[in-house]
Ligand binder design. Structure first.
Ligand SMILES: Nc1ncnc2c1ncn2[C@@H]1O[C@H](COP(=O)(O)OP(=O)(O)OP(=O)(O)O)[C@@H](O)[C@H]1O
Length: 499
């Protein structure tokens, strides 16, 4: 018997049908992939199965019973959301058992020791490295994810575990650890739902896939019958040639950015140069120091040594305003923290950085603003029912496209992209690559920090590798094979400077 059956579920938000009569059946002991482009409805479907969103129409059966009539059944579903919702100032054990009344610790006084002992058992089961008395703010992201699973497990024996893009902040080792836990749970009979835009993960873990497109299900298939091409075709409804390359065709020009012996928080003695019209890739493991280097160079962090020179002019340490004035734009990977204004509309989020371009004599023309924003929404394919929609209601990928559109609109001279396609579907990724290529050909110098080797190979002209806070190699993309690059990022090779 299926553990969960969704029948003809429909959910409409103002101006958008997020789910249009979608069916889904989950079998115990299987990994079910939910795939689809940004905004296809994956997160909304997940929220209906977890009971967070009540559908307008349709039925949900959990272990054969009507869950919309008996909502306690939703407790059989464990959910690890994209953005973890833990209480950072409280301990691991407290997070696991709160609210205490529902976890058997609901007496007048709660014995901390007993709670921590109980927590220890779950932590061992899920392979967590933290201690039960540690505050959540002090434990690693993978431990936080495992805690989110343990938290669901300690209340009820769950029969379904849902993971929504769980690996976007994990290193390869951490991902492997999470996958081991997922496989163990699957073998114990849990039905797993896994959402990811990463093809290797989908093919590695999945038994079955359901593809959503524009709120509709376009099919459920065994993974063994799918190829990467056929899956992408189902998701996008069109053919995308996977062997495309996006290196700029123009010859790189003069040096526009030069970083000399720069040290700062998380980075030691980094030196490199960026030329006009090139796409310079930065490869390395999570934590190797790539983002730290970008942030120090840009001025978010204060450099303790070294210099950053743009067009022959030194940027004083700790002065991002000077970097911006010199035409540098840094697009951070932490969209939620540095990127969006969640309470503002899509229009306001885009136009906020264009104010100086839109203003004439101190007055901002509403008409100019609207037409500029409309152009950007169209060229970056930001799917929103209206520019007036609050940006937080857009799917994650569409928020990212809006921010990229905003950054591009400033016509920067130097553009630093830090993991620009995290959580973005492949069709949109290719659109972003094409835009990068075009900008580079127009003379913009682009730095691309990416954890995806295929992304670097598709776009970069040169690739710099970092390992343990230092630059340890610089490679010409065209003449370097992937093993050499991987060797450098795991610190297995001698430092090499090929380019
Ligand atoms: N609370 C909400 N209010 C209004 N619209 C919403 C809300 N939640 C989702 N939507 C809309 O519903 C559609 C489906 O969004 P959903 O987040 O389910 O997509 P997704 O497939 O998870 O995308 P992604 O891969 O980008 O995370 C989108 O058009 C989104 O803007």
């Amino acid at each position: 018997m299926p553990v969960l059956k969704v029948e003809a579920v429909r959910k409409e938000y103002p101006g958008v049908v997020a789910l249009d009569h979608v069916d889904l059946t989950l079998e115990p002991g299987k990994v079910h992939i939910l795939a689809g482009e940004n905004g296809a409805g994956k997160s909304t479907l997940i929220k209906t199965i977890t009971g967070l969103v009540t559908p307008d129409e349709g039925r949900i059966f959990i272990e054969g019973e009507d869950a919309l009539a008996h909502r306690a059944l939703f407790e059989k579903i464990a959910y690890v959301p994209q953005e973890l919702n833990l209480f950072a100032p409280m301990t691991v054990a407290e997070n696991m058992f709160m609210p205490f009344s529902r976890s058997g610790f609901g007496h007048v006084t709660v014995s901390r020791r007993a709670m921590e002992r109980a927590a220890q058992g779950f932590m061992e089961r899920f392979g967590m490295h933290a201690r039960p008395d540690q505050r959540v703010s002090q434990i690693s992201v993978p431990d936080q994810q495992l805690l989110q699973i343990a938290r669901a497990a300690c209340r009820n024996d769950f029969s379904v575990l849902i993971l929504d893009e769980p690996t976007s902040s994990l290193t390869a080792n951490e991902t492997a650890h999470l996958f081991r836990i997922i496989r163990t749970l699957r073998d114990e009979g849990v039905a797993i739902v896994f959402v990811s835009h990463k093809m290797d993960e989908i093919f590695d873990l999945g038994d079955t896939v359901t593809v959503l497109r524009n709120g509709r299900s376009v099919g459920t298939h065994p993974m063994s019958e799918m190829t990467e091409e056929s899956l992408i075709h189902l998701m996008s409804g069109s053919n995308i040639a996977l062997d495309q390359r996006f290196q700029p065709h123009s010859v790189p020009g003069e040096v526009i950015l030069s970083v000399e012996h720069m040290s700062g928080p998380g980075v030691v003695d980094a030196s490199f140069e960026l030329r006009r019209g090139e796409i310079l890739g930065f490869a390395g493991l999570v934590g190797a120091g790539r983002s730290e280097l970008m942030q120090t160079m840009f001025g978010y962090h204060r450099a303790t040594a070294g210099r950053c020179v743009v067009d022959g002019v030194e940027i004083p340490p700790g002065r991002p305003d000077r970097s911006v004035a010199r035409g540098m734009v840094y697009l951070s990977e932490e969209r939620k923290h540095h990127g969006i204004f969640p309470l503002l509309s899509v229009r306001e989020n885009i136009s906020v950085s264009l104010l100086d371009q839109l203003a004439r004599g101190g007055i901002i023309s509403g008409k100019r603003e609207r037409s500029r924003v409309d152009d950007l929404i169209a060229s970056f394919d930001v799917r929103t029912p209206s520019p007036e929609k609050k940006i937080r209601f857009l799917s994650g990928g569409n928020q990212q496209k809006a921010i990229i559109g905003r950054a591009m609109a400033r016509r920067p001279r130097i553009l630093i992209f830090d993991e620009p396609t995290k959580g973005i579907d492949i069709g949109t990724k290719f659109q972003i690559y094409r835009i990068m290529q075009q900008l580079a050909e127009e003379g913009v110098g682009i730095i691309l920090v990416s954890s995806e080797m295929t992304e670097l190979q598709r776009c970069a002209t040169r690739i710099i590798t970092m390992y343990e806070r230092r630059i340890n190699g610089s490679f010409d993309q065209a003449t370097t094979d992937v093993n050499t690059l991987v060797g450098a990022i795991i610190g297995a090779r001698e430092t090499r400077h090929v380019a």
